[in-house]
Design a protein around this ligand. Structure first.
Ligand code: HEC
Length: 187
């Protein structure tokens, strides 16, 4: 949105295809003014992408966008594919209610800050593929995804605690899968 400095009236709207959170910078080159922004979504709300936001539709490739009067339109990024239904988890948990409660509590404390298990910047763990399921230990304890920003938790979680979390994730994945499936059958 471009606003008039004196009245606040909206003068112009520009679709950038990127969420903009950072403060703009103004500079001139040969007497011509530019307003540049580092565009991209992040910071505190990274775990959740607001419905209808640019980041949800176009993804989150960081871009530097510079505007000037009479400039060309901003090229839009390619749209990201819509999330499909929740995949069927490879195993159904047969863990006790007590284990599942424990898993939920540890998950909320150790993982839930990032993994909101919704549409956001961190993976929805109800959507893990079969290959991710098969290396869950290595990811969560050994830290094989550290280069992607997912630290290993072997210094604070035991194998049993990790398994409690895993059983809880199997349960919520299966519930989400059934819910998606019921909605799809309903119409
Ligand atoms: C500080 C944020 C943060 C916390 C806390 C966190 N994770 Fe992650 N997790 C990440 C990031 C970042 C990724 C990798 C994202 C990517 O693939 O680009 C990830 C990836 C994963 C993956 C791979 C998912 C997939 O489908 O590829 C699993 C499994 C996972 N995390 C489990 C956990 C568990 C279990 C916990 C709690 C013990 C946890 N994470 C805590 C940030 C976090």
């Amino acid at each position: 949105m471009v606003y008039a400095a004196d009245t606040g009236a909206v003068l112009h709207e520009i679709q950038t295809g990127s969420s903009i959170l950072a403060a703009p910078l103004s500079y001139t080159v040969d007497g011509e003014q530019y307003i540049a922004v580092m565009a991209g979504y992040g910071g505190g709300p990274f775990a959740y992408y607001p419905v209808g936001s640019a980041v949800e539709k176009y993804g989150n490739e960081g871009r530097l966008i510079a505007f000037k009067l009479g400039g060309v339109s901003v090229p839009l990024p390619v749209e990201v594919p819509k999330l499909g239904p929740i995949p069927e988890p490879p195993i159904i948990s047969s863990a006790s209610g007590e284990t599942l409660e424990r898993g939920k509590a540890i998950f909320e404390k150790a993982c839930g800050e990032c993994h909101w298990n919704t549409n956001g910047g961190y993976p929805d763990l109800r959507r893990m593929t079969a290959s991710v399921h098969s290396i869950f230990n290595e990811i969560v304890l050994d830290g094989v995804y550290e280069p992607l920003g997912m630290a290993g938790f072997s210094d604070i979680l035991s194998l049993d605690q990790m398994d409690d979390i895993y059983q809880y994730l199997l349960k919520i994945s299966h519930e989400a899968y059934l819910e998606d499936h019921a909605q799809a059958s309903a119409g």
